[in-house]
Design a protein around this ligand. Structure first.
Ligand code: PLP
Length: 436
């Protein structure tokens, strides 16, 4: 990237003025940006030097309909020109927000029918946590304030969302987090019951979980896990919240990830794929009971709301995005291409000695890197970051997860074709060969 003139200025300004989120900041200062992207089309991104690569992560697991969809640009322009912003506080409303809320109610599982809008995933999880706590105050059980979450979970970086995050390094980033959070071993239903009993069920507001964990390494739940979670939550009167920020809007081959497990949560958080990243948007869907209880029991104002809750332009973009997901059959495509991706992973697994477990459900997948296939033992120095760098050289962007495992993760746009999946597998084949 450094060779072209003019680009050096961008690199210098980037280092001097742009604090990159979730980044090894010292390393980033030393290396500078690896790509300064300028354009995207479909599953491809092009940078300032003219290099084109496959966006094997749909950027941040979110560009579900792929890059460069002009219909979304048109809708955004039209809505912005007509009414870019207006308040949704109190009794004000706007048509895109109303129609999007109704649309989400129609596609969300079961009786999840009432939507609170935010600007992203972290705000959505903070909202679910605060609404759960407020709910129990209204219900006359003010001691129910604790939130339980799973190990290896990621729920975002707002104070509540970080506090709910099971990946400890995110919580250790500061010396204090929000109070009243507890963590369970995410692979053990027994541990959930044990923690509830230890803490006292009457002190617990909600349990929150990603149907399939993303940033923790693409981890599928144990067989039957969420059915039992639902039963345990019912038994102890605990609200069940699913974080569908990654798994929503077709990512796993169903509209929402929890549909694979046949249960309906009390609240469901979404973001990312709702707008495929074309606008900043998220939200929480509440079931009818919670919604009706809020209406019946609230005496004053629901003191929770973001300036951009129900943003007209963002909601208009999301409506068009959902229309495209449905029109182009992207959920079915996610399912089919996901099967091919998993097949490809398995072929790589049989060929390469350092590939351990592989998994994918729809277009979210993970490859574990191991020193010993039999024992699953990992390398002392994790290899995933090197593999990511090598894959990028070969034309594929993917991501490493290195918290307590050595993993490559993938989440390409849902518009990917069969031959593009095959190309990803070819690039990975070259990549593993080069690193082994
Ligand atoms: N929840 C999950 C499962 C996520 O993967 C993320 C982001 O990656 C978040 C929440 C946070 O969303 P945001 O970065 O939009 O605040």
């Amino acid at each position: 990237i450094k060779e072209k003139t003019g680009i050096q200025e961008l690199i210098d300004l980037d280092k001097k003025h742009f604090i990159h989120p979730t980044t090894a900041i010292a390393q980033q200062q030393a290396d500078g940006p690896s790509f300064i992207f300028t354009e995207g089309k479909g599953i491809y991104l092009t940078d300032v030097t003219g290099r084109t690569v496959i966006d094997g992560m749909a950027s941040l697991w979110n560009v579900n309909i792929g890059h460069g969809q002009e219909e979304l640009a048109e809708v955004a322009k039209e809505q912005m020109a007509k009414l870019a912003f207006t308040s949704s506080f109190a009794t004000f409303s706007n048509e895109p927000a109303i129609r999007l809320a109704a649309k989400i109610a129609s596609i969300a599982p079961g009786d999840l029918n009432a939507v609170f809008f935010t600007s992203g995933g972290s705000e959505s999880n903070d909202t679910a946590i605060k609404l759960a706590r407020h709910y129990w105050i209204l219900k006359g059980q003010p001691n129910r304030q604790k939130i339980i979450s799973r190990s290896k979970s990621y729920h975002g970086v707002a104070m509540g969302a970080t506090s709910a995050t099971g990946l400890k390094p995110f919580r250790d980033f500061t010396n204090s987090i929000a109070p009243d959070f507890c963590y369970v071993d995410g692979s053990s239903i027994e541990d959930l019951r044990k923690v509830i009993e230890q803490e006292g069920p009457e002190t617990i507001a909600a349990f929150i979980a990603e149907p399939i964990q993303g940033a923790g390494g693409v981890n599928l739940p144990p067989e039957g896990y969420f059915k039992e979670v639902r039963e345990i939550c019912n038994e102890y009167g605990i609200l069940m919240v699913t974080d569908e920020v990654i798994t929503g809007f077709g990512r796993t081959g169903t509209y929402f990830g929890i549909e694979h497990f046949g249960v309906v949560p009390d609240m469901m958080c979404f973001a990312k794929g709702v707008s495929s990243g074309y606008a900043q948007l998220g939200g929480v869907v509440l079931n009818d009971k919670m919604h009706q209880d809020f209406i019946a029991l609230s005496k004053g104002t629901l003191l929770h709301g973001y300036t951009y809750s129900g943003h007209p332009m963002a909601c208009a973009v999301a409506l068009k995005n959902i229309e495209i997901i449905e029109r182009e059959n992207l959920i079915e495509n996610s399912k089919q291409r996901g099967l091919e991706l998993l097949e490809g992973f398995k072929k790589l697994q049989s060929k390469h000695p350092i590939i351990g477990d592989v998994r994918a459900l729809g277009l979210i997948g993970g490859i574990s890197i191991v020193k010993d296939k039999q024992t699953g033992e990992g390398f002392e120095t994790q290899l995933a970051p090197r593999l990511v760098a090598e894959a990028a050289k070969n034309g594929l962007i993917c991501r490493s997860v290195t918290f307590d495992q050595d993993t490559l993760v993938f989440a390409p746009p849902l518009i990917i074709t069969k031959s593009e999946v095959e190309r990803i597998i070819e690039i990975l084949d070259e990549t593993f060969t080069a690193v082994e």
